[in-house]
Design a protein around this ligand. Sequence first.
Ligand code: ADP
Length: 279
Amino acid sequence: VKISRISDIQGRTLKEREQKLREAGESLKMMEAQRKKLVSDISHELGTPMTSIQGYVKAMLDGVVPADGEYLGMIYGKVQYVNQLVADLFQLSRLESNKIPFTFRLLTPEELLRPYTTKFKIDADKAGVELSFTSCSQAAEAPIGSRKLVKADPYRIEQVMTNFVHNAIKFTPSGGAIQIEAELGDAPGEQSGTSLIVRVTDTGIGLHEESLPYVFERFYRVKAADGEGVSGTGLGLAISREIILQHNGTIGVISKYGEGSTFYFTLPMVDMEQKGTMV
Ligand code: ADP
């Protein structure tokens, strides 16, 4: 409940005014609780690696451990992680406050997705995972007039795809497979208008059902069986969600623990006649 002007609560009965003020108070309290949680999460996420760095350096200074490649390498890894975390946080906060300009273009699904498939294949290959890409042939076969184009910022969509595919590689053991599919259809929950649906499916470790509602939240990471968190800032999917929402699209995941996951997003499509238009 937002009360921005006094007239928002004037002209009501006393009871209504009290109710309105109470609701506004509740939502302020909720925002304050969210802000506190964010500050505490950030302190924790930054504090943990910083404490390790301090410990390693102190141990070296005291001569408890040698200042050799092994320890310097560990420190370097932590510093790199802190840097990545700060960069991701900065980007997420700029996205959330609409400070990142998007350059939307009208493209065919192929034009949007094809450019990075080779790069992804090489990345997957290195991890011993097979990667395939199937794009909606529908779009190419349809008569020109009825073809649809997707309105997207290719650079930002590449970022989302990189996050999905790199996660798929990270959470899929060697010998597994990743499939990227693009097809036209109705976005889940949407009645009107065609969308481009892009799915990244892996045969990896999958997610427990109780994790599914949280994976797109900042800092959410599933703990590995040995209690150790996997590498990563836990911000990639939160950034991806912001990017897709700013495209008026939807984002989601379907997964089965032990079998694999499908991360998907949808983007609204428009008629071909508008090609060339910068939006
Ligand atoms: P991170 O940088 O830690 O990977 P993300 O926001 O990209 O952060 O992902 C959040 C969490 O979601 C991951 O730590 C992991 O627990 C889970 N996750 C993401 N992608 C997959 C996947 N393909 N298979 C299984 N779990 C995944």
